[in-house]
Each structure stands twice: as C-alpha cells, then as structure tokens.
Design a protein around this ligand. Structure first.
Ligand SMILES: Nc1ccnc(=O)[nH]1
Length: 411
C-alpha cells in the first residue's frame, strides 16, 4: 500500500509512504504527482502521523457511571467509594464486554496504543483475568499495556502486596500505585519502595497514580523520582496525575524540578478528569487542580495527555476522542501560545509513546510497524483549531478505520 500526498510533521513538502505489509518500507519526498492505484490512499496534503496513544485509561471501570449510584460530590474519593460498590458486581464477561466496547471507541478515534490501569484490590483478581484475555483478543486493534493498579492501596488493603505480586505473575505489564490514598504518609512511602522493588525484580514498567489531590502536603512524587534516580530506572517510570503540583509552593517546586529532571521520569496529565475531580474543596478562587504541564515541558521533561475515564464513577462523559482531551488540556494549562499549538500533537503521539516505552514499535520511520493515521488537517495548529479527526487509521499495513467527515448543506 502507498500513501500519497502526505504532509509529515517537522518536514517540508509532500511525501509518499510505501508500506510493505507490516512495515514502513519507503518514505520519500514527492516531486511529481503519482497515479493513485487501487488500494492506495490519498492524504490530499493533510498530515500523516503515527497512531494516537491513550496512555492512561481505566478500561475495567469504563461504562459503569450510575451503577449502582452516581458520584454526587464529584470528588476522587467518592469515585473510589462508588467504584467499590460496582466492583462487587463485576463479572468476567461484564468486564470484557465493557472494555471491548470502549476499545472500539478508541479505535474509531485513531488510537492504536493503550495503557490501561486495572484494579487489583480484589481478592479474586477477576477484572485483571478478564483484561489479560482482552489484551490478546484485541491485538488486531490495539497494543495494550496492563497496569496492576491497587485502587484501594497496597499497604492499606488486606493482602495488598501479595495481590500486586500475583498480578505481575499473571502477566500485567506495568506496576502501579496510589501512595496519596494509603492511610498514612509512611504507608505511602513504603508502597513506593515496594512497587519499585517489584518492578526492578520483574523487569516491568512503572506507572503510579501519584499525588492525585489538591493537598500541597502530598509529596510522594519526590519519593518516586528519587527511587527512579537511584535505581537508574527513570526511562521506565511514569508519574500520573501529580495534581498536587498545581498546589505546591513555588519554592518547593523549584527544588523538586531539579530532582525530577535528574530522575528522567515521564508525566501523564488527564486534564478533563482533573479539572472535574479536583478543586472540589475550594470555594473561590478555585484551583484548576492540574499538574504543571507547561512547566514540565519547558524544563525539557516528557509529559503527555490521557483520557483517564469514559462514563465511570470518576467522570461521566467521554467518547474515546483523545483530540478532545488535547483541546481541553491546551486551554486549561495555558498552552494556546503559537509555539505550543504548532507542536501540540506531541502531547498525544510522540510524548505518550515515550512514556509507554514503545521504542522502535512506534513512529513514522522506515522499518517500523506499518501503523499510521491520515488526519483531516495539514498541521497541528489547524488540527486543533478545526476540531479535526483521524480520517483513516492503518494498522499492520491495512485500513482499520475510515471516517467520513460530516457534510454540511446550506440553502
Ligand atoms: N482519576 C482516577 C480514576 C480512577 N481511580 C483513581 O484513583 N483516579
């Protein structure tokens, strides 16, 4: 298959991309118009990019909002309570059906790489076992990483450590954590030492829900970063949320950034979820409740955006469209300056791929997998401004999804 008339990020002019089954075979500047053969694709001067990445979602909880009760306060903590009620009703088939429905929503928006957190604070590990099957059964659609996520804590939940170890033995790819939810600060610190040991032993990646609160005293990020630095594991470690950083004193944050940079860890922000869940104990002025996305980026560190939830106890909306998250995030994080807009797709493509350690399994380069998107606009700025879409998603050298843009008729 050949993709003609493709505009590539960071390169001038139009390009032709030749796919050789499962790999990208040739990328060449296009000087003359080339006849488009049957089975080829015409990008029509629009961007061709590697697939969008969903770096942070909870596929085991998706599509459960209101079952059995809605989160009325809008806080993270009520979300965890409501989820505990729904979790008691989880079955193998129920988890698989909801996860697959949600994966279809992601695929329809050009996502082909997903990292999902799966709650392992369940003595039966029912959701994890279901999601391990989903990972295999959806390989034709997405590459899925599963995080062993201790929603109710490692140290504060009965047999929390054993459940984490079992989850990794069963085949989870990533070690998770939730230090700000542990009963005490000491338990939070102990949970991070434990999960970093587990990751080091097993060779797994790390992605910790870290300081997802407006409490400026929640300082587990420094512990995670220092553990990553000392063990030389930074490239394999991600801190998700870190919303407390939006409430840290600047003097502390300035010292913290030195450590963060040395550690080499990545960051994931979920802007729609955080603007919804955080700031809930404020009157006015009301905090935005997000981490310092622009500042992390300016400091040369890796940061990306995720959806987090689709219709679950923490967030009632969502449709799989990561571009919606990008648009919201750019607004909320004061990133509508031209310099940010013109490279904004980094936040849902290359930066996310780096956080997920996708390495040579990702990117528009010869020899890499024949996975790519044709977008509806010629550059990042226009893509965000026009609220564009992925029009074609190609996976393993074949068209996986095609979207026909809405037609408008006027008298
Ligand atoms: N944003 C979140 C969703 C689900 N669980 C959490 O702890 N946080």
């Amino acid at each position: 298959m050949i993709i003609h008339n493709a505009r590539l990020r960071g390169r001038d002019g139009l390009h032709r991309i030749t796919l050789d089954d499962e790999r990208i075979a040739v990328i060449e500047a296009q000087h003359a118009l080339h006849p488009i053969a049957e089975g080829d694709l015409d990008a029509a001067g629009n961007l061709v990019v590697p697939p969008f990445v969903e770096p942070h979602i909870h596929l085991d909880a998706t599509l459960t909002a209101g079952e059995p009760a809605w989160n009325m306060s809008g806080t993270l903590f009520e979300g965890i309570e409501r989820w505990a009620e729904r979790k008691a009703l989880v079955t193998h088939e129920d988890t698989k059906t909801r996860a697959k429905k949600t994966i279809d929503m992601l695929v329809d928006h050009g996502i082909q790489h997903v990292r999902t957190h799966v709650d392992v604070t369940d003595p039966t590990l029912a959701a994890l076992k279901a999601m391990l099957e989903v990972r295999e059964e959806t390989r034709h659609l997405i590459d899925l990483q599963i995080v062993a996520f201790p929603q109710e804590g490692i140290e504060s939940y009965a047999n929390g450590r054993a459940l984490m170890e079992q989850a990794i033995e069963l085949g989870a790819d990533v070690v998770g954590g939730i230090p700000h939810f542990e009963n005490t600060r000491d338990q939070g610190v102990a949970s991070i030492k434990f999960l970093m040991d587990l990751a080091e032993r097993s060779g797994c990646l790390v992605d910790v829900h870290c300081d997802e609160t407006d409490d400026p005293q929640s300082r587990f990020l420094e512990v995670l970063a220092e553990e990553a630095r000392v063990r030389g594991m930074g490239a394999r470690v991600t801190a998700s949320h870190t919303t407390a950083m939006g409430s840290y004193d600047n003097a502390y944050c300035s010292k913290l950034f030195r450590l963060l940079k040395m550690s080499g860890i990545s960051f994931i922000s979920c802007p729609t979820e955080s603007i919804h869940l955080q700031g809930r104990f404020d009157t006015y002025p009301k905090r935005r409740g997000l981490t310092r996305v622009a500042e992390i980026d300016r400091a040369g560190m890796n940061v990306c955006f995720g959806q987090d939830s689709i219709v679950d106890p923490w967030y009632p909306l969502g449709n799989g469209n990561i571009l919606r998250i990008l648009e919201a995030g750019l607004h909320i994080c004061h990133m509508l300056g031209y310099e940010d807009l013109k490279r904004s797709l980094d936040l849902i493509t290359d930066n996310s791929a780096r956080a997920l350690n996708l390495g040579e399994g990702y990117g528009l380069e010869v020899g890499r997998p024949a996975n790519l998107l044709i977008l509806s606009a010629p550059d990042d700025y226009e893509m965000v401004r026009s609220q564009g879409h992925a029009l074609v998603s190609v996976r393993h050298g074949k068209v996986l999804m095609r979207r026909t843009p809405a037609q408008i008729e006027r008298a």
